[in-house]
Design a binder for this molecule. Structure first.
Ligand code: FEO
Ligand code: CA
Ligand code: CA
Ligand code: CA
Length: 594
């Protein structure tokens, strides 16, 4: 606790100023290092990276593209295993013109998706980390869009999940569009399959039996052309293949030969991520967001209790926790929860299904778990402004959700108390009348307080802790903290906590004109709401996967899609970060006191 109290959670750093530099910028007195880049060898048989001689076989042995979530599971005092999502590929930034044929590009892209597992160890300086052995460390592993997964939970093996290649309906190849995630109390990694709909093509008409489902999930057959190299990505040929994606996957990083699983019990939607905590009665509770304009916030409560013992039997038991339980969706109401002049109210978790019983009229348990959005639509949850990462704060027990933005609020979706800003209305609940209502362009951070501090409770109170944006804009709100003393923050995406319970927010799509970044915000005491920018990322990049180490000496983050700007290409890049090559390379970094 002594070391933690002295660490980054309480450090008095000078916030980084907003900028558009093609670099990572950290406060004076800090430094950062690149831990692992796209293309770096992961498995023992991986070749060195050569952007001009990439092959599918090399890509599936090297660190994948566009790292997003970052989880770090300690092994010993000096070593750990790092797991990163590789959400998607930017082909125009990955391949020089005129070198690769179209089919090879697609096969390399398939191998560059998924997740990467890399062992790391402490470096020479406190807070620094480096890769172990550089390649082929014992736990190193690549999971790609072709790696075998096992479906578990009530939907495993059901008709909707069967395909011509997999009549069992349980053995799915691969994961992709893995956005955020979480590290469970039992040491596994959860990862959300988010924009999976964008990976399926069509060669003819779509199966009319699934018209409502396809429409609700945005499955229009306008994919990435992967069906040219693997027919399962053709909806016309394989109408069930998309029902095998859109899940929370669980990977055990300590068992490199284990088969990762897809948890149907946690529902199927555009899963941003998933964060688990242990409720007072011992059950596991998982919070999840469905990142789409007007979609919902969910939680899962396990049937069985977590076993905290450090034994093989306990570990085996805990790996079953996400297979049985109850899935809920959130409704936010605008009755005042307290007298403060804030956006706040009451809320309830509405049960959708348990592993044995559906609570939605006309839908079976399997229907609810496969068409979760359609099930939720029937019970009146609140349509939110793109729920991204949602995570319980281990210090105060409240739950924090990034609502990144919503260009359709006020148009397709009427404003409500939890989603107040629209492009057309002016409100004065924050104490100051709005002079220029810009809509929800900059996002919110929602704070949820479970009833009696019990994560299994179906009742909660909520408030918008942050209304993000330019502090000079009248609609912004920083939990009441003086606006002239906060860093501008826009489009929160991922949230994390340090050992003192401070909230860390990474951003994606800054609407204020500067690069994305990472911010620290106290949630309690006199400095509640004091947003301070800790780092910025290079041109075109988003900041992902922030993680503050338990000892508070290290801040890990993923720099995703550097150089992803209009018209940029491998040959004419807008970023060359991390400046080791003539083109950008998405990478995981670690920042620490220098
Ligand atoms: Fe992949 Fe919702 O950000
Ligand atoms: Ca995200
Ligand atoms: Ca995002
Ligand atoms: Ca998080």
């Amino acid at each position: 606790a002594g070391a933690a109290a002295a660490g980054i959670g309480s450090a008095d750093f000078t916030p980084v100023a907003p900028n558009v530099r093609d670099n990572v910028t950290v406060p004076r007195g800090y430094t950062y290092e690149v831990l692992v880049r796209w293309g770096d060898p992961v498995t023992a048989d991986a070749p060195a990276f050569d952007a001009f001689a990439q092959t599918p076989a090399s890509a599936e042995r090297q660190f994948g593209y566009n790292c997003d979530y970052v989880g770090v599971v300690p092994l010993t005092a000096g070593s750990a295993v790092l797991v990163a999502n590789n959400e998607y590929t930017d082909e125009e930034l990955m391949f020089p013109a005129g070198v690769y044929d179209d089919a090879t590009v697609k096969r390399i892209a398939i191998a560059s998706h998924g997740m990467s597992v890399v062992q790391i160890e402490r470096g020479r300086k406190p807070g620094s980390w480096k890769r172990s052995n550089h390649r082929g460390a014992r736990l190193n592993r690549r999971i790609t869009a072709n790696t075998p997964f096992l479906v578990d939970g009530p939907a495993a093996g059901t008709e909707r999940l069967r395909t011509s290649a997999d009549p069992s309906g349980k053995n799915v190849l691969g994961t992709f569009a893995n956005c955020a995630g979480g590290t469970t109390p039992w040491g596994t990694i959860l990862s959300g399959e988010e924009n999976f709909n964008g990976y399926f093509d069509k060669s003819g008409t779509l199966d009319s039996r699934y018209a409502a489902s396809y429409a609700r999930y945005g499955l229009a057959g306008d994919g990435r052309g992967w069906s040219d190299v693997d027919e399962r990505f053709d909806l016309t040929a394989e109408p069930h293949e998309p029902f095998r994606f859109g899940y929370i996957v669980e990977v055990d990083p300590l068992e490199p030969r284990s088969t990762p699983r897809k948890h149907s019990m946690l529902g199927r939607f555009k899963h941003e991520g998933a964060n688990a905590t242990i409720a007072r009665d011992g059950r596991a509770v998982v919070y999840m967001g469905d990142d789409e304009r007007g979609d919902y916030i969910y939680k899962f409560v396990s049937a069985e209790k977590y076993d905290p013992r450090d034994t093989q039997a306990a570990r085996k038991h805990n790996l079953t926790l996400l297979s049985r339980g109850t899935l809920y969706v959130a409704r936010f109401t605008d009755e005042a929860a307290d007298a403060a002049p804030e956006y706040d109210g009451l809320g309830e978790w509405i049960a959708l299904a348990s592993d044995t019983e559906s609570f939605v009229d006309g839908m079976s348990v399997v229907d609810v778990l496969v068409d979760t959005r359609l099930a939720a639509d029937k019970v009146g949850p609140t349509k939110m402004d793109r729920p991204e990462d949602i995570e319980p704060n281990p210090v105060n027990g409240r739950v924090y959700c990034a609502l990144t933005n919503n260009s359709d609020r006020g148009k397709k979706y009427p404003a409500d108390e939890a989603n107040p800003l629209t492009s057309s209305m002016v409100r004065s609940e924050l104490g100051a009348p709005l002079t220029s209502a810009s809509g929800n362009r900059n996002g919110y951070v929602l704070e949820v307080t479970p009833d009696a501090g019990d994560h299994t409770s179906t009742a909660f109170t909520w408030g918008l802790m942050l209304v993000c944006g330019d502090p000079e804009a009248p609609e912004t709100y920083f939990a009441g903290y003086p606006k002239e003393q906060v860093s501008p923050v826009s489009c929160p995406d991922n949230v994390a906590f340090d050992a003192l319970g401070n909230l860390w927010i990474s951003t994606d799509g800054n609407s204020l004109g500067s690069n994305d970044g990472l911010f620290r915000v106290p949630v309690a005491g006199a400095e509640r709401g004091k947003v301070e920018q800790f780092l910025t990322v290079p041109v075109g990049a988003e900041t992902c996967g922030p993680l503050v180490s338990e000892d508070q000496l290290s801040v890990f983050a993923a720099v995703q899609h550097p150089g992803e700007t209009d018209g940029a290409s491998f040959d004419q890049p807008s970023s060359t970060w991390p400046h080791t090559d003539s083109f950008p390379r998405p990478s995981v970094i670690v920042a620490y006191e220098s």
